[in-house]
Design a protein around this ligand. Structure first.
Ligand SMILES: Nc1nc2c(ncn2[C@@H]2O[C@H](COP(=O)(O)OP(=O)(O)O)[C@@H](O)[C@H]2O)c(=O)[nH]1
Ligand SMILES: [Mg+2]
Length: 175
């Protein structure tokens, strides 16, 4: 069976743990602990990484990894993405500067991106329509990158699957 590795990254609260749980066939392995960082404003936060498995049929399955979100774990972001077929960058559009958030991840992964299959998922666009998907495309364009930017609700399995399919389609196109 073909088994691919796909990594979800993004700011704390962007929905990495939720997305992996939505797609995983098996109960995902998470390392969430009670949050003691008041600045984060959420009850649980991921200190290590998430892991899930999803059988896509056609003899193909994906191993889903989530990076630890907080920037002090940045050294792990690249380690987790080693050997990955693809990367999904999740953006929380309700944050103060979502375009700057995207740039943080584009910078962290800049050596890998030219050869990495990658998609950007923008969450909470209904509540927060600005910046627009075009604005994200402009940020990518400024770095010479052409990547799909999709609206996503990480709580919906179909949305997360769409992101994974987009990454897999890029991989197939490269073959
Ligand atoms: N109301 C609302 N909540 C959302 C939306 N997208 C994600 N969430 C919530 O945002 C939180 C994301 O947390 P989590 O998955 O732990 O993020 P992580 O830090 O990236 O792992 C979850 O509680 C989701 O239910 C959305 O579009 N609307
Ligand atoms: Mg998490």
């Amino acid at each position: 069976m073909k088994q691919h590795k796909i990594v979800f990254t993004g700011t704390p609260g962007a929905g990495k743990t939720t997305a992996i749980a939505a797609l995983s066939d098996t109960p995902p392995v998470t390392t969430d602990v009670r949050n003691t960082d008041a600045a984060l404003g959420k009850e649980f936060t991921t200190v290590g990484m998430d892991f899930g498995l999803c059988n896509l049929g056609d003899g193909c399955s994906v191993r889903l990894f989530g990076t630890p979100g907080q920037q002090r774990f940045e050294f792990m972001w690249r380690i987790v993405a080693t050997d990955a077929l693809g990367l999904v960058i999740l953006i929380d559009n309700s944050r103060p500067d979502p375009l700057a958030d995207l740039n943080v991840y584009l910078e962290a992964y800049k050596d890998m991106l030219p050869t990495m299959n990658c998609a950007v998922g923008v969450g909470r666009v209904q509540e927060c329509p600005v910046p627009t998907l075009d604005d994200f495309a402009d940020v990518l364009d400024a770095r010479g990158l052409v990547l799909p930017v999709l609206p996503v609700d990480v709580r919906r399995r179909e949305d997360v699957l769409m992101l994974v399919d987009t990454v897999l389609a890029q991989a197939e196109a490269r073959e």
